[in-house]
Each structure stands twice: as structure tokens, then as C-alpha cells.
Design a protein around this ligand. Structure first.
Ligand code: SF4
Length: 356
């Protein structure tokens, strides 16, 4: 196995909550624990998905990797280098190596710029290319890569003159201008028509194969995550609670929260018959300022037992094949799932026998 291109070790981001005068005088301090000790590593050429509901910390994790936010605790390594607290030149180098595709490509582009200006800007900022001719040639090549061709037709357009899908292609082209090692794609297709989503993800997949790109795909959409990613990490209240090969996490999920997420998706997220039907969870997601003790999912979990809130938070444990789960009852949950599948299968055989 090759060296990981990105390693996050216990990555943490806490935001202080604004305090009243009384709280300041009493010395009380409240924190939003947006990312609360997240660890993972990504191989070169891999597509790694971070999934979860809004507020679970997935976008903040993406921003920490981009170094758009200061890391509160933990360490971040890119290509073997510790970039946790880089500044100045080293930060510039990091920003070249790690690029981001934003959810709304329109708001991330200057509306007065033409697509040529949008693509030339990073080359000029980072002084890439020996002269204008070389930069122009690179811009055209990248436009062809993202299928905005012939380039002459798109170079002179402004962002508002493109369709949603074309704008996302232009945004992808901009991230490719600096030959990044890692691309963080934050909900890149959520603002695009359903009909164009598969096309854009297909293009991103093709680019990944041709150029050996590494993506971190941040999304709440399990259907596209299943199709697009190699490995998935499911986040809940700032922590990863299940992680592994995408097919395994979706078809054999063992954490009650992942089961509930998959059960809540109407369309089938897996090519096979999904083992999860509709797993209910109790109540609302707690505030990130008030994380429950023990397993942070326990107030909503139908499998919870006293150990879940009385003992320390369960850690992610590898249960085989790189499938990791943070639940002290995963073995019982697996047995229940296996029994349900067996009884469904035998019911299916009985029905088929009756029909024949
Ligand atoms: Fe539920 Fe307990 Fe597992 Fe947490 S550890 S997910 S509360 S069964």
C-alpha cells in the first residue's frame, strides 16, 4: 500500500460562544465542539467521502483541511509534511496543494471576470507558467479536460452566461489549474439539476482516473456518495462513528445512526437489496455546545443500555476489512441484522415456491 497523501490525527475545532457580561464575570466559557477529534488517512488517488446531516462537522473538517480555519487541536499531514500550524510561504504552498470546489460555484467566482480571468487568476497569484502564452495554453488544456470545449467559446463568457453544470465544470477547472494533490469537494452537485449531477460526478471520476487526483467528497447525499466514493466516513456531532469501504458501510452498516440515515433515504442507495428498512431514531440532534456523556448518540439510540451513557465514549474499532464502527453493541446489531436477512430470504423462498 502507498503512503497516505493526507492524514488527520484527532483533528479538533472548537468555537467559543459569545458570552454575556455575567458569564464573563463568572469566568464561564461555552464551546461549540464542531469537530471533536476526527482521525482518518487518505491514499493517493482515493475518493474519500465525509457524510452526515448538516451540523455534523463535515464542512468544518473540509475547511480545516483547506486551512481556512485554525485547528484547535490534533495534527494534519499532507504528503508527509506537518501542516497543522503553517504560516506564510508554507501556507501558500499548502493552498496550492489542496484546492476546494465549493457548493455554489456562482458565488465563488467574480461575476465581472470572464472564464479566462477566473482560470488565469490562480496562475498569476502563484506565479505559475513562464509567460502568458504558456498560461493561456494551460487554460485551454484544462477547459478541454472538463469538457468545456471548444475553449474559445467559453473563455470569453462570464459565469452568469453558463448553465449550472457548465459553471461547476468551470469551478472544477479552476481547482485543476495548480495541479493539486488533494481536492476538497463540498457538496459539489447539490445546486445542480438532478439530470446533470451524474454527468458532473462522472466527469470528476474520469479526471480522477486520468490525472490521479485525490478527492474528499463532503456531502449529505448517501446516494451520490455510494456511487462516487471509494471509502466513506459517517459523522455525527463532530465525530466519525462509522468508516470503511463505501459498499460495506452502506450495505452492512452497523452503527444505529448510519442505519437510520440509510433507512431515511427513499431511493435505494445500494445496487443490492438494502438490509436496512426504516430504523427510527428518537428526538432531535443535541446542540454541539452540550454533547451528551458516554456515547454521544445515546439519547437518540433505540439500542442504548446504561453502559452507553455511564462509560467512556466508544472508540472506532476495526471489525475487519477496514470497516470501523464506534458502537459497543455492534456485534448484537450485526446478529439482529443477519437474523432479519435470513428470515426475509426464507420468506422470499416460501413466496416464490407458492407462486411457482
Ligand atoms: Fe447506541 Fe450504545 Fe451503540 Fe451508542 S454505543 S450507538 S448508544 S448502542
Amino acid at each position: 500500500m502507498s503512503e497516505p497523501i493526507l492524514v488527520a490525527e484527532n483533528l479538533t475545532k472548537w468555537f467559543p460562544v459569545k458570552r454575556s457580561v455575567g458569564q464573563v464575570l463568572r469566568g464561564n466559557r461555552t464551546w461549540v465542539r464542531a469537530v471533536d477529534g476526527v482521525s482518518f488517512s487518505i491514499e493517493k488517488g482515493e475518493i474519500f467521502g465525509l457524510v452526515g446531516e448538516s451540523g455534523c462537522g463535515k464542512t468544518t473538517t473540509g475547511k480545516l483541511i483547506m486551512k481556512l480555519l485554525e485547528i484547535t487541536d490534533g495534527r494534519l499531514y499532507v504528503s508527509g509534511e506537518d501542516v497543522t500550524h503553517v504560516r506564510g510561504r508554507a501556507l501558500e504552498k499548502h493552498r496550492r496543494a489542496v484546492q476546494m470546489i465549493f457548493q455554489d460555484p456562482y458565488s465563488s467566482m467574480n461575476p465581472r471576470f470572464t472564464i479566462r480571468d477566473v482560470l488565469m487568476e490562480p496562475l498569476e497569484i502563484h506565479k505559475v507558467g513562464k509567460d502568458m502564452k504558456e498560461r493561456e495554453a494551460w487554460v485551454r488544456e484544462i477547459l478541454n479536460e472538463v469538457k468545456l470545449s471548444p475553449p474559445e467559446e467559453f473563455l470569453v463568457r462570464h459565469p452568469h452566461m453558463l448553465s449550472g453544470g457548465q459553471r461547476q465544470r468551470a469551478a472544477t477547472a479552476r481547482t485543476l489549474m495548480l495541479n493539486p494533490s488533494v481536492i476538497v469537494a463540498d457538496e459539489p452537485v447539490s445546486m445542480i439539476d438532478l439530470s446533470t449531477r451524474a454527468e458532473i460526478l462522472h466527469m470528476m471520476r474520469q479526471l480522477q482516473r486520468e490525472l490521479g487526483l485525490t478527492y474528499i467528497y463532503v456531502t449529505h447525499d448517501l446516494s451520490t456518495a455510494r456511487y462516487f466514493t471509494d471509502r466513506l466516513a459517517v459523522m455525527y456531532l463532530g465525530k466519525i462513528i462509522e468508516m470503511g469501504p463505501s459498499g460495506t458501510v452502506i450495505d452492512r452498516c452497523l452503527h444505529p445512526y448510519t442505519q437510520a440515515l440509510i433507512g431515511a433515504v427513499c431511493e435505494p442507495v445500494s445496487g443490492k437489496v438494502n438490509q436496512v428498512k426504516d430504523v427510527p431514531i428518537k428526538g432531535e440532534i443535541p446542540a454541539a455546545t452540550n454533547i451528551p456523556p458516554g456515547c454521544r448518540f445515546h439519547p437518540r439510540c433505540l439500542y442504548a443500555i446504561p453502559e452507553c451513557w455511564e462509560e467512556v465514549e466508544p472508540k472506532l474499532v476495526d471489525i475487519g476489512g477496514g470497516h470501523m464502527v464506534a458502537c459497543r453493541r455492534h456485534e448484537e446489531i450485526e446478529r439482529v441484522g443477519a437474523a432479519a436477512r435470513t428470515s426475509e430470504a426464507s420468506l422470499g423462498i416460501r413466496r416464490a415456491t407458492r407462486i411457482s
